[in-house]
Design a binder for this molecule. Structure first.
Ligand code: PRP
Ligand code: URA
Length: 209
């Protein structure tokens, strides 16, 4: 699949398996979303450019590598995407955070946008758009449309679980946006929930059901 990376690291797979279990508490679920987001960020930042910097150790002068002044922004799709922010900020504490609020209409399964607040200088930033679930793809596709109106330097999309239907729709609509996910599940059910999935990510993170 072009532009889709599935992380099969054993730690990610193990943590995701615990999240899927219906008896996992909100407290554990929240901690696991955050940990997986951190591990995925570690992998998804492999291609960040480095530059040479002259420093002095206690022993001698030397040339070392620093991140090449990259400006990053994390943009969670509310609500569930919020669960991924802290894990990524642990690795990239200077990243700015924008928010796009979106919910799926229960009957049509179409995304409805209700909030959008992005960093002022987003045109100078590489954006990590994050949401644990890519189901029909509608929410992520709309979020990318919102982001592109503000012309960020680049966009990549990180999710935990993707459905084949969502991957197909997303890669067709946004072929220039790389997708990173921890699992590609079987299918969507009649309510557009991912099977086997993990249920409603937002409700499980925030304990609202
Ligand atoms: C969930 C999830 C995604 C969306 C995915 O959010 O967090 O944003 O559904 O579905 P899609 O790919 O079919 O658009 P939800 O609408 O349940 O809102 P919430 O995060 O506020 O619970
Ligand atoms: N949103 C979720 O939270 N879970 C799904 O399985 C599909 C959409």
């Amino acid at each position: 699949m072009i532009n889709v990376t599935i992380f099969d690291h054993p730690l990610i797979q193990h943590k995701l398996s615990i999240m899927r279990q219906k008896e996992t508490s909100s407290k554990d679920f929240r901690a696991l979303v955050s940990e997986i987001a951190m591990l995925m960020c570690f992998e998804a930042t492999r291609d960040l450019p480095l530059e040479d910097v002259e420093i002095e150790t206690p022993i001698c002068k030397t040339t070392v590598k620093h991140l090449a002044g990259k400006k990053l922004a994390i943009v969670p799709i509310l609500r569930a995407g919020l669960g991924m922010v802290d894990g990524i900020l642990t690795l990239i504490p200077s990243a700015r955070v924008g928010h796009i609020g979106m919910y799926r209409d229960e009957n049509t399964h179409q995304p409805v946008e209700y909030f959008c607040k992005l960093p002022k200088d987003i045109e100078d930033r590489d954006v990590f758009l994050v949401d644990p679930m890519l189901a029909t793809g509608g929410s992520a596709i709309d979020a990318v449309k919102q982001l592109k109106k503000r012309n960020p330097r680049s966009i990549r999309f990180l999710c935990l679980i993707a459905a084949p239907e969502g991957i197909e729709a997303f890669t067709a609509a946004c072929p220039d946006v790389p997708v990173y996910c921890a699992a590609l599940d079987e299918k969507l059910n009649e309510n557009a929930y991912i099977v086997p999935g993990l249920g409603d990510a937002g409700d499980r993170i925030f304990g609202t059901k």
